[in-house]
Each structure stands twice: as C-alpha cells, then as structure tokens.
Ligand binder design. Structure first.
Ligand code: PGA
Length: 244
C-alpha cells in the first residue's frame, strides 16, 4: 500500500509565540508537494502558529495534552482547548515526557481516546533506551508501549513515531537497517486492516544528510525531527527528501 510520507518538526521547549509566527509563515509558503508536514509547537506558540499556517498545507500540532475533558488539573490543557485554537493534532508519548514527566502507557491510552474523540490527529511516539537495546529488549519494549497505550485499536487513525531514546539529540542515528527492523516490528503489532496504511515516522537525529537513506527504507514513512526542525532550511530539506 502506498503511504503519503509525513514529516513533523518537534520544537520541544523552543520558540516564543513572537518567534513562531514569522517562522511558520515562512515554512507555510514553501510547502513541498507529495508530503504531509506538521510542526509540534509549545502551547504558548500554538495560536500564532495556527494563524501563520492558515490557508497552507502545514499542520500545527501540540506536544502534549491532558486526557480529561476538563477539571481540577492545574497547569494542564485539554483536547477541546486545542481544537478551539484550530490545532490539528497532538504528539503523545514523546520519550522526554515518559522520562521526565512520568507519562505512562495507561495515561497515553486515555489521551489517545480523548484526542481522537475531539477530532485531532495523533502522533504516538515509542522507543527503547540504550540500556534496553543493549539488553535485547527493544521488541519487548515496543510491544509493551503499543499494547499499553491500546494503539493497535486505533491504528487506522494514528501515526506512530519510532524514536530510539539513545538517538534523540545525540547525533547518533539508528542505521537504516536497524530502524527498518524496528519499523517492521511495530507495523506487525497492528491488525492487518490498519497495518498497511499506518504511517511510521523515524525520529532521533534525523538530518538532511542522513534523511534520504532512512526514508528509502520500505517501512519508514517519514520523520519526527527535533533539532533540525528549528530552522527552515534543514527541515524543508528533510521534507523534500521524503518525497524523492
Ligand atoms: P532530534 O529529536 O531530531 O533532535 O534527535 C527528535 C525528537 O526528540 O523528536
């Protein structure tokens, strides 16, 4: 099955609302054909990013949300709040959220449901740590994350990002073969009806100079880009590589 490639930038805790507007306007004016492109931006920059992307094919995603519809959760943001701003989707389960903010698979299952019910697209991030890979636990970890978040049940409506934790922000990418193996394994966790159409992004030090060889692998359908998404040129170069 042919899948439209999908490249998303994850800005993490970078860019103010005032910086996001002109940056997104520039990106939105230069969208390559044949690839879906999104930026996952901090909560405070969402409104200006949505406004700047209006009328273009660039999608604006949040980087997290709370699973409850509303309530006494000081400091949290609901799906309805994001949708009301014109936000298109949400990145869930990034390893930094799992590691530093105790994001659990059980909470992710609820977040997935809440985001999809609100009509948002979801990118669900999964991936093993260095220690887990060295202990040959990669497949077990990926299977547990997918099972625990009940992602397979909604596999026809989400994108999965495979991000080996040891490759994030380190300049150490997985080799194309290593990434392909993990992607094929992830795809096999989904029911046949969803697996063929499921888009699986690779994330972890993807840059313009290594994107093409990763994206050439049969089960790598795009990228989740951290550092290289903070400037337009490398980010657009990676998006263009996904089409080639
Ligand atoms: P990186 O980050 O591209 O800077 O390694 C990827 C991510 O964390 O999504």
């Amino acid at each position: 099955m042919s899948r439209t490639p999908f490249v998303a930038g994850n800005w993490k805790m970078h860019k103010t609302a005032s910086e996001a507007g002109p940056f997104v306007r520039d990106l939105a004016g230069r969208m390559p054909e044949g690839v879906d492109v999104a930026v996952c931006v901090p909560f405070t920059a969402l409104a200006s990013a949505v406004e700047a992307a209006r009328g273009s094919r660039l999608r604006v995603f949040a980087q997290n949300m709370h699973q409850a519809a509303q309530g006494a959760f000081t400091g949290e943001i609901s799906a309805a709040m994001l949708v009301d701003l014109g936000v298109h989707g949400v990145l869930l389960g990034h390893s930094e959220r799992r590691q530093y903010f105790n994001e659990s698979d059980a909470a992710l299952a609820e977040k997935l449901d809440a985001a999809l019910a609100a009509g948002m697209e979801v990118i669900l991030a999964v991936g093993e740590t260095k220690r887990e890979r060295e202990a040959a636990l990669t497949e077990q970890v990926l299977a547990t994350q997918i099972e625990g978040s009940r992602a397979a049940e909604v596999g026809d409506r989400i994108t999965v990002a495979y991000e080996p934790v040891w490759a994030i922000g380190t300049g150490r990418t997985a080799t194309p073969q290593m990434a392909q193996e993990a992607h094929a394994f992830i795809r096999a966790q989904f029911p046949p009806a969803a697996a063929g159409g499921l888009r699986i992004q690779y994330g972890g030090s993807m840059k313009p100079d290594n994107a093409a060889e990763l994206l050439a692998m049969p089960d790598i359908d795009g990228g989740l880009i951290g550092g290289a998404s903070l400037e337009a040129e490398p980010f657009l170069a990676i998006a263009a590589a996904a089409v080639a």
